[in-house]
Design a binder for this molecule. Structure first.
Ligand SMILES: [Zn+2]
Length: 342
């Protein structure tokens, strides 16, 4: 018996040696170059929530100018650049997540199929942000939907990276859709008096919003709403002013599950989750924006509802956790197992 085992081991070793020798010989001396593809997968991600199908759509990613735009409130309510208020904090918080500057931010939108209605929340930047972005329609088509099918476009606010996508090449991107926007938001960005006194960083936002909304206004397809209303079946508009005067988040409920598409409550998650005081220069009211952020962090961590976030890394879907007095972003766990109709 012993000799049989020894023989078996010897034969096995010889076979392994032969395999290795053959594989070595089989390697070409000069491998031909393989062209690298260099493009990303289509920017859509799908999940089921209750009876609804949620499709996150990517408009593009772009470098976010942290030193130029991130600020922190002083005790007296005025603001100073984060790099001055807390030198090294941005770099250290990014490094904790193996990131560095320039930090790349996503522009996400969310398409809700309720079964009887196709509702898009935010529309990306369209042509207003340059070549980085404006890819929402391409990604919507890749996801299996066409812009002509969209019934309603809900805007969280009228900054260029949320409203710009409603126009493509001088035409309405969503020819059947009604545009829903907070009355306060619409009035603010349409009023020349506000434009005259606005800081220079916001001036392109006035021009951009006015130009893309014009054809929809002419077609009488803009429907302003007042804060905190049941906008559509299962969709409630919640007033969350601060980033802009009429900034709105949308709560979607199906079968006892809730998704809050919150717009621009957070711009740079590696910094603003550990330090929610940090805000951006183009908040209309930085202190109010900070207060909204803290309130929603706390509510979402306690209630456990889904968040759909415009600028968190695509798909921007996830939950908020709280540990040792700090909040954290918990991105959705990738799945392909959510599509079987219930
Ligand atoms: Zn934004």
């Amino acid at each position: 018996m012993e000799w049989m085992i020894k023989k078996f081991k010897l034969v096995k070793s010889l076979a392994l040696f032969a395999t290795l020798a053959l594989s070595y010989v089989a390697l070409p001396a000069d491998a031909a170059p393989i062209a690298q593809i260099g493009i990303q997968a289509p920017g859509f991600y799908r999940m089921r929530m209750g009876k609804f199908e949620i499709t996150a759509l990517l408009d593009g990613t772009h470098p976010f100018p942290i030193p130029a735009v991130m600020v922190r409130a002083r005790p007296d309510g005025t603001q100073e650049p984060l790099v001055q208020a807390r030198p090294g904090e941005a770099e250290a918080l990014l490094a904790e997540q193996h990131l560095s500057m320039p930090y790349e931010g996503s522009i996400n939108a969310f398409l809700i199929n309720t079964g009887t209605r196709l509702v898009l929340i935010d529309s990306g930047a369209g042509a207003l942000y340059g070549a980085c972005c404006g890819k929402l329609v391409e990604n919507m088509r890749a996801s299996g939907y066409q812009p002509e099918q969209v019934d309603d476009v809900l805007l969280t606010h009228l900054h260029a990276d949320h409203v710009g996508g409603i126009m493509t090449g001088g035409k309405m991107t969503f020819p059947r859709a009604t545009i829903h926007v907070s009355r306060k938001e619409l009035e603010y960005w349409s009023n020349p008096k506000n434009e005259a006194v606005a800081p220079s960083i916001l001036l392109p936002m006035f021009k951009g919003a006015q130009s893309v909304l014009k054809p929809y206004a002419a077609a009488k397809r803009i429907q302003p709403f007042d804060a905190n209303c049941d906008l559509l079946p299962s969709i409630t508009a919640i007033s969350t002013p601060g980033h802009t005067p009429g900034h709105t988040s949308y709560r979607i409920v199906s079968d006892g599950q809730t998704l809050l598409v919150w717009g621009d409550i957070v711009h740079v998650s590696p910094i603003q989750f550990p330090d929610p005081h940090v805000t951006v220069t183009y908040d209309s009211d930085g202190n109010a924006a900070e207060a909204q952020r803290k309130t929603l962090f706390s509510e979402a961590a306690q209630s456990g509802f889904w968040i759909g976030a415009a600028h968190l890394a695509f798909p921007g879907l996830g939950h908020i956790g709280a540990k040792d007095g700090h909040f954290m972003w918990i991105p959705t766990s990738y799945t392909t197992q959510t599509f079987a109709p219930k």
